[in-house]
Each structure stands twice: as structure tokens, then as C-alpha cells.
Design a protein around this ligand. Structure first.
Ligand code: COI
Length: 335
């Protein structure tokens, strides 16, 4: 068996290499994304693993199918970058990672606390020897209503962690879960938007959820709402976010994910001149200039524990499918 691994970070390399050695798999690997310029590396490989920035559009899938690929195994949880229906029509299995939700969930609690305690302003002022309390009065979670949109593994873990803070928790999802009902009340979309002081997004990026945080929906939120997006950038319409922040509808915005970040995140752009108005990255720079807007480089997932599981998932999914014909990592066929 031979597999190709793309987007391999230095921390993943020894894990992927070790597993391949243990399973007797021949491995070719690169830190580069899978795209038209790198796809030839996968010639003769029955499985291909990658993270979330690779190009898995139809022409690349065609090439992989011609090269003998039977399994596409993303190491990340998100699978929105893979044209799953087309890959399946070419006889391929489509898999994704399934690391513990704690890393992203803990990061989300941190983000909420940073926003409600005005951390960015406090740090900036302190760095400037301004030790006043002006503009720094916070809120306590026990007095707030937190709305969790998306109650899959990550949303559920966020709810569980938040339950110890004594806040009222509202939940929204088209698939409801009994575990969630222990701590939160399921409500409809308009109610979660209207009644939450803090809204945190944990739904997958699907046709139905793309652009869900539109201007219309931002307008339905409470004045001064805290909005957290540690999921996928494209859940939000950037102009709606800008409108919300400029008009003080959004009291604080924390984004670990930003629309159009593929090819930007996890890379150094310190020497680049950002000047083109209209580009998502330009808008991001504008948003980041507000003292109540936080941006981090899609790192909520990045813990030692999760990184190790992700590397394992990629190799295991391919190995299990090719040796046993099944794996727990396959993306459900209806998604
Ligand atoms: C995921 O696992 O879906 C993530 O968001 C992290 C990944 C892009 C590296």
C-alpha cells in the first residue's frame, strides 16, 4: 500500500511516518497543499491525506482517480473543501478527522471571557503604561445568555464547559441532542439571535449554513452582542460583520476563522503589502483595527492532543478502508 500525505506540518511528520512504518505503508509526503502543481506526487497512491487548504475540486479528483486513489482522508474535522459527491461518483471514500472537541471548546470559552472582559483593550493600554480602568468594565457569565449554534461534538462540549459558569444557555441545531437538553434549551433561529448576549458558532459549513450570519441576521441580534466564530469563516458574511461592528450592534467579535483564508492562514505574510480594497484579507485587516475585534490564525484546534489524533485519523482511515473495507472516519453519505 502507498499513500500520499499533503500539508504535513513538522509536528505531524514523525507521527505519520511512524504509523506508516508500523502498518507497512509506503509514504510520500510534503508540507505543500494538494493542487494542480503537486498532484503528480500521488501517482500510484491508493490513499491521499491532507488538511483543510488543499484543492479537491473536480479536475484534481479526476487526476487522483486516474492515479488509483480510492480514499481521500482529511485530517481535519471540516470537510467543506472536498467535493465529496464528485469523489464518491468516482468510487472514492471520503473521510475526515475526529479529534477530541476539548481544544476548540476550551479556546471558545477563553474567547468568550476575553471578549466580555475587554482583554484586547486592557492589554493594549497596559502595554502603553495606561493603567486606568476606563472602558474596561466587564460582565460576568452568570448574568448572561449564551447562544450555541450547532450542537455537534464541539458545540456540545462548549455547552458542557459553560454550564459551570451559571449562564443561561440556548442552543440551535436542526439535529437536536438529548445530552444538550441537560444544560441548554433548544430554541429556533430567531429566538437564539434575539435573546443571546453571546453567540458562538459551531455548525459545519454546508450549503444551508453558508453566509448564515448575514446582515439580516446580525440586525436580529441584541445590541452589543458578542459573536464568536471558531468554526468556518464562510458561515459569516464579511460585510455584515463590518456593518455590525461599525454600527456597534456587535459589541465584540472573535474570529479564529475568516472567509477566504485558504492560502493565507498558517503562512507568513509579514513581508506582503496589503492594499487591495475589496479583498477578504484587506477587510480582515480593517476589522482587526477595532479594539473589540479579535483575530487568531485558525488555531483553536491546535493542541498537542488534537494534532496527534488528526495525524492518526488520516493514516488510519486509509489503512482501515483498504484492509477492512470500513472505518469510523468516513463522512456520512448524506453530507
Ligand atoms: C478542522 O479540523 O476542521 C479545523 O478547523 C482545523 C484545520 C483547518 C487544520
Amino acid at each position: 500500500m502507498k499513500i500520499a500525505a499533503y500539508e504535513v506540518r513538522p509536528d505531524e511528520k514523525p507521527i505519520i511516518e511512524g504509523l506508516c512504518k508500523e502498518y507497512g505503508i509506503e509514504l510520500v509526503s510534503t508540507p505543500a497543499n494538494l493542487d494542480a502543481s503537486t498532484v503528480d506526487m500521488a501517482e500510484g497512491c491508493e490513499g491521499v491525506t491532507m488538511l483543510g487548504q488543499s484543492d479537491l475540486s473536480d479536475p484534481i479528483i479526476d487526476k487522483l482517480a486516474d492515479y488509483g486513489c480510492q480514499v481521500l482522508a482529511a485530517r481535519c474535522v471540516g470537510f467543506d473543501h472536498m467535493n465529496r459527491h464528485y469523489a464518491r461518483s468516482k468510487g472514492m471514500h471520503v473521510c475526515h478527522g475526529s479529534y477530541a472537541a476539548n481544544g476548540v471548546a476550551e479556546y471558545t470559552v477563553m474567547a468568550i471571557l476575553m471578549c466580555i472582559r475587554n482583554y484586547k483593550k486592557a492589554q493594549a493600554n497596559t502595554d502603553d503604561n495606561d493603567f486606568t480602568l476606563k472602558g474596561k468594565m466587564g460582565r460576568e457569565l452568570r448574568s448572561l445568555t449564551v447562544g450555541v449554534m450547532g450542537t455537534g461534538k464541539i458545540g456540545r462540549t462548549v455547552i458542557q464547559l459553560l454550564s459551570s459558569f451559571g449562564c443561561r444557555i440556548l442552543a440551535y441545531d436542526i439535529f437536536q441532542n438529548d445530552e444538550v437538553r441537560k444544560y441548554a434549551e433548544y430554541v429556533d433561529l430567531d429566538t437564539i439571535l434575539a435573546e443571546s448576549d453571546v453567540i458562538t458558532l459551531h455548525m459545519p459549513l454546508l450549503e444551508d449554513t453558508k453566509g448564515m450570519i448575514s446582515k439580516e441576521n446580525v440586525m436580529k441580534m441584541k445590541d452589543g452582542v458578542v459573536l464568536i466564530n471558531n468554526a468556518r469563516g464562510e458561515l459569516c458574511d464579511v460585510d455584515a460583520l463590518i456593518w455590525g461592528v461599525e454600527n456597534e450592534k456587535i459589541g465584540a467579535l472573535f474570529m479564529d476563522a475568516f472567509p477566504g483564508e485558504v492560502g493565507i492562514i498558517h503562512l507568513g505574510h509579514d513581508a506582503d503589502i496589503i492594499r487591495t480594497e475589496g479583498m477578504p484579507y484587506f477587510k480582515l485587516k480593517y476589522l482587526r483595527s477595532f479594539v473589540n475585534v479579535y483575530h487568531t490564525p485558525h488555531m483553536a484546534f491546535f493542541t498537542q492532543e488534537a494534532a496527534e489524533s488528526m495525524a492518526r485519523c488520516g493514516v488510519d482511515a486509509i489503512y482501515e478502508l483498504l484492509t477492512k473495507g470500513e472505518t469510523q472516519h468516513e463522512v456520512p453519505k448524506n453530507m
